[in-house]
Design a protein. Sequence first.
Length: 214
Amino acid sequence: MSTLTKLALGMMGKLRPRPAKGTAATSIALPAVDRHGGLPLMEAFAQRRSAREFAPDALPIEVLSALLWAAWGVNRPGGHRTAPSAIDCQEIDLFVALPTGAYLYDATAHALQLVTGSDVRRVTGYQDFVDEAPLDLVFVADHARMTPVPAGQRERYACVAAGAIAQNVYLYAASAGLATVLRAWIDRTAIADALGLTHDQQVLLSQTVGYPKR
Ligand SMILES: Cc1cc2nc3c(=O)[nH]c(=O)nc-3n(C[C@H](O)[C@H](O)[C@H](O)COP(=O)(O)O)c2cc1C
């Protein structure tokens, strides 16, 4: 769908998900992640960049698993994560929009839990490539988990935490030869509706990931 059409539908409150392709499992166990290998860190920094052209090819489950773990997985005892959060509130929820449906990344179980059996990729941003790229992530702050943080600081701190996760995605993408772009030009109301979010949950950003267009 073109950006203009999305803008028009968004203004009318009618930017909606598409029917999913295939059947969505209610829960997807992600394979164990190999914590070794990948590009040396300095080479990953050298390769990090935004890309806006994607091949439609699906990401293998091993790649999706490693990407999500790198982004916001549990990396040590105590449930601590690969990205920082203020007072370790871990307020960011990572939603995973796939052609088969939208899932919540459950870092503790390292699994995907189905949120909706619709294809919400088109709703995750105004730019046309988000519809067909194989994965759009959505960063959502759950303010109910931020009670230790002063109320006036919560949104700011959540944005910082989301930024750290986004950079993890960029660096994993650089290491794995994937293309990605972080996006703030999104219809937050349409996304919240599509994902059935509560009033405590605030949509912050989206990020598209896929193979580079050949
Ligand atoms: C908070 C934030 C919001 C962004 N929003 C968008 C966006 O909506 N659409 C887009 O194509 N790129 C977006 N970008 C990506 C920037 O345009 C990109 O990082 C910048 O042009 C620098 O390019 P580079 O990432 O390749 O170094 C965003 C980046 C950040 C940090």
